[in-house]
Design a protein around this ligand. Structure first.
Ligand code: AMP
Length: 204
């Protein structure tokens, strides 16, 4: 089962991806998490992208494409994966298609969490407050100013990815404003309705 999870920042992609991971025993491949690890390790590519991430801008396509191309070759992704936060541009979506085709595989579905922008701003403020109250580190890009940039970037560069997948008949949209469990249930229903041969051959 090879999936893409789309949706604006703060839509709950990470939370839902983790639940899908548990149900289907496939890894969650989050480019944001991988980039944050690279930044924390102080690698050359980490230092290069840190500034862009802190300001809510996208890092260059070639950087994330090579990160994902390497990651999908790891043994744990052999039976599938859920991409969280990738692709974020049409160029990334095209590159992903090419990388998958070169391996003789393809996406099974693209799930989008649709959420109103005003609600997102409230959510992101809540996320920062909860993290701070637990003594956990608050993401530098989880402040309202940077978040606005992230939303703009989403609207301009990532929203066209929805159309890319709609045109290919892969897109399913779920209302991300529902309670978390209801969103999970709806995503599960979409996945259960996928043609069974995909499920049987890909999920063990
Ligand atoms: P996320 O955790 O998915 O919200 O990503 C955090 C930040 O990492 C984003 O604001 C971007 O700066 C960068 N990033 C993550 N994924 C991508 C991507 N697919 N393309 C470009 N930049 C990305």
């Amino acid at each position: 089962m090879r999936l893409v999870l789309l949706g604006p920042p703060g839509a709950g992609k990470g939370t839902q991806a983790k639940r899908i991971v548990e149900s289907f025993s496939i890894p969650q491949l989050s480019t944001g998490d991988m980039l944050r690890e690279a930044v924390a390790e102080g690698t050359a590519s980490g230092l290069l992208v840190k500034h862009m991430m802190d300001h809510g801008e996208l890092v260059p396509d070639d950087v994330v494409i090579s990160v994902i191309a390497n990651r999908i070759d790891h043994p744990d992704a052999a039976n599938g994966f859920i991409l969280d936060g990738f692709p974020r541009t049409v160029a990334q979506a095209e590159a992903l298609d090419q990388e998958l085709a070169a391996r003789g595989i393809r996406l099974d579905a693209v799930l989008e969490l649709e959420v109103d922008e005003d609600v997102l701003l409230d959510r992101i403020k809540g996320r920062a407050t909860v993290a701070a109250s637990r003594g956990e580190p608050v993401r530098r890009d989880d402040n309202p100013e940077v978040f606005k940039t992230r939303l703009e970037v989403y609207r301009e560069q990532t929203a066209p990815v929805t159309e890319y997948y709609r045109a290919r008949g892969l897109l399913d949209i779920v209302d991300g404003l529902q309670p978390i469990d209801a969103v999970t249930e709806q995503l599960a229903a979409v996945l259960a309705a996928l043609p069974s041969h995909w499920i049987r051959s890909d999920v063990r």
